[in-house]
Design a protein around this ligand. Structure first.
Ligand SMILES: *Cc1c(COP(=O)(O)O)cnc(C)c1O
Length: 235
């Protein structure tokens, strides 16, 4: 059987997760692979689905909605989980609340409130990660560690959201030992929130170039684009 490049890449990424989980003494099943399909066409998602992948991450709302529609038309009846992982504009929350099962990039209460109000009740609660701006983060998005506990407390109270955990995009580092520092900080912030009574089960951290370090520090969702779909021509 001839494998698509995407199927082949998915196997290689899975092998990396298996190896990192084994090194960390963690069960492979504790780490979910989110395939980040931003900038790639619906056909790339179809290839990944054919290889067994079911969870996809998207950053750009209109592109995502078009792709989701195309994929649903091509594969009626196959249930996929779409995760929104891009910056959120407050006037764009409604299609996010209605179209996705997870949002990883909530960093302020106003956005969380709108997502909760606009979540169609029949879909059940929308799964939420709070994006944290851990020290030295390249992007300016994310709540500061100091403001995180109050935001987490408020978001946990919103009726149509399910606060699952934390997400971060650390500054790129090439050495695994350095990559682990920011991931460890995110894990410790989640531990602190748990000690304060919040039940969190998710650490969304790790991308193509730092997956191993993230799994070593407890990632439960790794968000992988390039290593599955190839390099992006725009972003
Ligand atoms: C693009 C993107 C990814 C995937 O990055 P790769 O380096 O291509 O694996 C993961 N998370 C977020 C938030 C992204 O925007």
């Amino acid at each position: 059987m001839i494998m698509s490049t995407i199927a082949h890449n998915l196997q290689a990424v899975d092998a990396s997760i298996v190896a990192a989980a084994a090194a960390a003494g963690r069960p492979r099943a504790d780490v979910q692979l989110l395939a980040v399909s931003k900038t790639f066409p619906a056909g790339a998602v179809l290839d990944a689905v054919a290889a067994g992948q079911r969870a996809f991450g998207e950053n750009y709302l209109q592109e995502a909605l078009d792709k989701m529609r195309a994929v649903a038309q091509a594969l009626p009846g196959i249930e996929l989980a779409w995760h929104f992982i891009g910056p959120i504009q407050s006037n764009k929350t409604k299609p996010i609340a209605g179209g996705f099962s997870w949002v990883h990039t909530v960093d302020r209460l106003k956005i969380a409130q709108r997502l909760s109000e606009q979540r169609p009740p029949e879909l059940g609660p929308l799964n939420i990660c709070l994006q944290v701006n851990i020290s030295g983060e390249a992007s300016k998005s994310g709540v500061s560690p100091g403001e995180l506990p109050e935001l987490a407390r408020q978001v946990a109270l919103l009726p149509n959201l399910h606060l699952r955990g934390l997400m971060a995009i650390p500054e790129p580092e090439t050495q695994p030992e350095k990559q682990r520092i920011a991931f460890r900080q995110l894990r410790e912030l989640a531990d602190t929130l748990r000690a304060q009574g919040l039940s969190l089960d998710t650490l969304s951290m790790g991308m193509s170039s730092d997956l191993g370090a993230a799994v070593m520090e407890g990632a439960t969702i790794v968000r992988i684009g390039t290593a599955i779909f190839g390099s992006r021509h725009y972003d």
